[in-house]
Design a protein around this ligand. Structure first.
Ligand code: URP
Ligand code: ZN
Length: 493
C-alpha cells in the first residue's frame, strides 16, 4: 500500500512566512510530510512552476440562507425566500476559485428562537462539498435565546454571533447589542458586526424617495461613509465597555477603518474585514442605465477609486486583516433576485448583496500581489491564515503544515484571465466583476486531500463537506479589562 494518498510535487509552497520548494505528502486528508522529495504517493499532482497556497477560507458568505419577511430589503420579500446559491453550487464556485472552507450564516427570524433555523440550516449545509462553520445571526435577543439557546449552539461548536446595526427587521438597538455582547462574553464567542447606522440610513432614504431620487445610484447616497464610521465607533465603544472581542464586517472606507485602527492601538480585541468590492467597484457602477446598477448594490456601498487606495493602505497596515467575499448573490433575472420588487423598484426595495465566492482570491491576488500592493505572505494571511485564526479554525485550517487538513490551491501566478460569469460557476446569473482582467489563477484545488478542481473542472461528491466545530480559543477570549474594574455581567458561578 502506498504511504501517501496524494503527493503534490514540486510546487513553491507558500507558508505565510516566505515560500519553499517542496513536495507535500498527504495521508487521510491531512498533510503528513513536507520534504524536498516525497515518494510513495498513490497519486501525484504536478505543481512544478506553480505556487501551492493554503485553500482559501471565506469567513463571510451567505449561502442557501432562508429569509422571512424581508431580508436586506426594507420593502420585504415573499414570506420565505431561500438565497439562490445552494451549498452544492456554492461549493462548486468556491472550488473553482481556490476556496475550500466557508463560514456562513444561520438566520434568526424575529419572534422565534434560533434552534429551529439551525436544524434546518445544518441539513442544507451537509449537502455541499465545502467544509463549513456557522455564524449565528441574532435579530431577537430574548432571554430564552441568550440564556438557553446560545449555550446549546456553543456546545455544538458555533463560536460566533453576528449582529446587524442596520436593516429592517434585523437591526439591534444599543441595549440589544449590549445583551448580545454580554452573552458572547459569557460563552466564549466572537461577535461579528454589520456596522451602519439604521436611523441615519432610514432618514436619508425617506428624504431621497420623497425627492424622487429612487434609482440604484441613490443606494450609495442613502449610506455615505459617515453612517458606517458612526456605527463602527459605537460597536467598538460598546464592545470595549463589555470587554468583548468583535470583528467589524465589510469595511468599505478609511474613515471606518480608522476607528478600528484607534481601537487596536489601545489594545482592544477588534478586527476588521474588507472585501474585493471595496477594492474594485465604485458608487458610479450603480449609476449604469436603468436597472443595471442594481448588480453592484451591496452594503456598505462601494465608494470611489480613491477610497480603494485608502482601503489598501489599511490592509497594508494590518488594520484590516481579512478579505472575505460577503458572497450574497441575487440574480438580475427571475422572481427572487434583484428584481423581486420589479425592475423599476426604488433602490430601497432592491436586495443588497453581490456574488464573489469564486472571484475573491483571483481579485485579491491580482490587484494585491500581481500589482505589488501586498506580498504573497500578506495574501496567504488575508485569505486563509487570519480567517482560520480569528474564527477558531486554526491549526486545522488555514496553513500548510504537518497535521493540518490538506486544503490547497495550486496557483499559476502568471496566468491572465478575463473574469466572466461562466468562470464563476455559481448559481447567480451575473458577476459584478465581468470583464475584469486578473493575473494569477487557481489551476487545481485540493480539499482534505481530494483533488476537487482541476483546470476549472470541479469534481466533488455532494455531501462530502464537513462541519468544522469550534471550541474555546484565545482570540475570542475577553481581555479582562473593565471600566472601574466592575463586571456588570459576571459569568455564573
Ligand atoms: O449587501 C450585503 N452585504 N449583503 C449581505 C448581507 C450583509 O449585509 O452582510
Ligand atoms: Zn454579509
Amino acid at each position: 500500500m502506498a504511504e501517501y494518498d496524494l503527493v503534490v510535487r514540486g510546487g513553491e509552497v507558500a507558508t505565510g512566512f516566505g515560500t519553499t520548494r517542496c513536495d507535500i505528502g498527504i495521508r487521510g486528508g491531512r498533510i503528513a510530510a513536507l520534504a524536498d522529495r516525497v515518494e510513495g504517493g498513490a497519486s501525484t499532482l504536478d505543481a512544478g512552476g506553480l505556487l501551492v497556497l493554503p485553500g482559501g477560507i471565506d469567513s463571510h458568505c451567505h449561502i442557501e440562507e432562508p429569509s422571512r419577511g424581508g431580508y436586506v430589503s426594507t420593502a420585504g420579500t415573499p414570506p420565505v425566500t431561500v438565497n439562490e446559491e445552494s451549498f452544492v453550487s456554492a461549493s462548486t464556485s468556491a472550488f473553482a476559485g481556490g476556496t475550500t472552507s466557508v463560514v456562513c450564516f444561520v438566520p434568526q427570524w424575529k419572534h422565534e428562537g434560533i434552534l429551529p433555523r439551525l436544524e434546518d440550516y445544518e441539513q442544507r449545509a451537509a449537502r455541499g462539498m465545502l467544509d463549513y462553520s456557522f455564524h449565528q445571526i441574532i435579530t431577537d435577543p430574548t432571554p430564552d435565546v441568550l440564556e438557553r439557546e446560545v449555550p446549546l449552539i456553543v456546545a455544538k461548536g458555533i463560536r460566533s454571533l453576528k449582529v446587524f446595526l442596520t436593516y429592517e427587521p434585523l437591526h439591534l438597538s444599543d441595549e440589544e447589542y449590549i445583551r448580545v455582547l454580554v452573552t458572547a462574553r459569557k460563552n466564549g464567542c466572537l461577535v461579528t458586526v454589520h456596522c451602519e447606522n439604521y436611523a441615519a440610513i432610514k432618514w436619508r432614504t425617506e428624504a431621497l424617495l420623497a425627492a424622487g431620487m429612487t434609482s440604484p445610484k441613490y443606494h450609495a447616497w442613502s449610506r455615505p461613509g459617515i453612517v458606517e464610521r458612526e456605527a463602527t465607533h459605537r460597536a467598538i465603544a460598546l464592545a470595549e465597555l463589555v470587554d468583548q472581542p468583535i470583528q467589524v464586517f465589510h469595511v468599505s472606507c478609511a474613515e471606518a477603518a480608522e476607528e478600528i485602527a484607534r481601537a487596536q492601538h489601545r489594545g482592544l480585541k477588534v478586527w476588521g474585514e474588507t472585501c474585493p468590492q471595496y477594492l474594485t467597484l465604485t458608487a458610479a457602477d450603480m449609476d449604469r442605465p436603468g436597472f443595471e446598477g442594481a448588480a453592484y448594490m451591496c452594503s456598505p456601498s462601494p465608494r470611489t477609486a480613491e477610497e480603494h487606495g485608502r482601503v489598501w493602505e489599511m490592509i497594508r497596515r494590518g488594520t484590516l486583516d481579512i478579505v472575505s467575499s460577503d458572497h450574497c448573490g441575487f440574480s438580475m433575472g427571475g422572481e427572487h433576485g434583484k428584481a423581486s420588487a420589479g425592475r423599476d423598484a426604488s433602490f430601497d426595495a432592491i436586495p443588497n448583496g453581490i456574488p464573489g465566492l469564486a472571484a475573491r482570491l483571483p481579485i485579491l491576488f491580482s490587484e494585491g500581489v500581481s500589482k505589488g500592493r501586498i506580498t504573497l505572505d500578506d495574501f496567504v494571511r488575508l485569505s486563509a491564515t487570519n480567517p482560520a485564526r480569528l474564527m477558531g479554525l486554526a491549526p486545522r485550517k488555514g496553513m500548510i503544515a504537518v497535521g493540518a487538513d490538506a486544503d490547497l490551491a495550486v496557483w499559476d501566478p502568471k496566468k491572465k484571465v478575463t473574469l466572466t460569469n461562466t468562470l464563476m460557476q455559481h448559481a447567480i446569473d451575473y458577476t459584478p466583476y465581468e470583464g475584469l482582467e486578473v493575473t494569477g489563477w487557481p489551476v487545481a484545488t485540493v480539499r482534505r486531500g481530494t483533488v476537487v478542481m482541476r483546470d476549472g473542472v470541479v469534481q466533488a461528491e455532494p455531501g462530502t463537506g464537513q462541519f468544522l466545530p469550534r471550541g474555546p480559543y484565545a482570540m475570542a477570549t475577553p481581555r479582562g479589562v473593565l471600566a472601574n474594574g466592575f463586571d456588570a455581567a459576571p459569568a455564573p458561578g
